[in-house]
Design a protein around this ligand. Structure first.
Ligand SMILES: [Zn+2]
Length: 261
């Protein structure tokens, strides 16, 4: 197992086990379930997410399991290292943009709604093939760029921006169930897909949305067309991913998941 992980990346754990082994990973008091491996029998896997702002130090990871009703623990020290994300200075004028009372209420409602989605872990798995990117295009802004204000990192770029002229077809990264399909203040027309096992992909600033909440989508289905809705300076696709409630670099998540197959 890897002894170091970068921030906004996942640590993949796999184990030969069965249902009776009741495997769990615990990182900083957060319990993460192991799920049945999507491609192998008698194998389980867990995705342990390390969030962007996690402290650069050793974190204790504990794996618990049962054998013949007896519980066992194994501890691992995992060193968190900062990934080499870019950074940009935020000008004062940008930070002064304030929202109306109505929009403040709207954005906080939309934020909470999305958090509730990301925090729910579907025990069912919907995908049985590799994940794909939603379009084949150039990256115009990478994940993770720090937004620095007065020498403090205030926020970061939470997804990958892909070059996408208006009305470019956007594909579902894998099979899943649509959990959000609506216009939101910052993200504009937004689609969020639940792939099961706590894995979510998000597609923002769309011009058109072709799916509704509850729809089952298949990998490669055209779920919408790119646009510049919400807070956006021009047509592009913002693609983001979450694992067990934590925002993860999409490149790292897709690469990690695709090693399972
Ligand atoms: Zn973006």
């Amino acid at each position: 197992m890897a002894k170091s992980v970068k921030n906004a990346n996942v640590l993949l754990l796999t184990a030969n086990a069965n249902e009776n082994n009741k495997l769990f990973a615990i990182l900083n008091d957060k319990k993460i379930e192991f799920n049945a491996h999507p491609f192998r029998t008698n194998k389980f896997y867990a995705l342990v997410p390390f969030h962007y702002f996690m402290e650069e130090k050793k974190h204790q990871l504990i794996v618990t399991y049962s054998v013949n009703e007896k519980e066992f623990f194994e501890g691992y020290d995992i060193t968190l290292e900062q990934d080499s994300y870019l950074s940009e200075e935020i000008k004062v004028s940008n930070s002064k943009v304030s929202l109306s009372k109505k929009n403040k209420l709207r954005t906080s409602k939309e934020y909470q709604e999305a958090i509730n989605v990301y925090n729910s872990v579907s025990p069912k798995n919907y995908w049985f093939e590799d994940f794909i990117y939603p379009l084949d295009s150039k990256i115009t802004s990478p994940f993770g760029t720090k937004r620095v204000y007065n020498n403090a990192t205030k926020s970061y770029h939470t997804g990958i921006d892909f070059k996408a002229p208006l009305n470019t077809k956007i594909k579902a990264s894998n099979n899943g169930v649509v959990k959000i399909s609506k216009n939101r203040f910052y993200a504009g027309n937004s689609i969020i897909i639940d792939h099961g096992h706590g894995i979510y992909t998000c597609y923002f600033h769309l011009n058109k949305m072709f799916v509704s909440v509850g729809d089952f989508v298949q990998k490669g289905d055209i779920i919408g067309l790119s646009g510049s809705t919400g807070r956006s300076t021009g047509p592009h696709l913002h693609f983001a991913t979450f694992v067990n409630g934590v925002q993860i670099n999409p490149t790292n998540l897709l690469e990690t998941l695709n090693t399972l197959n």
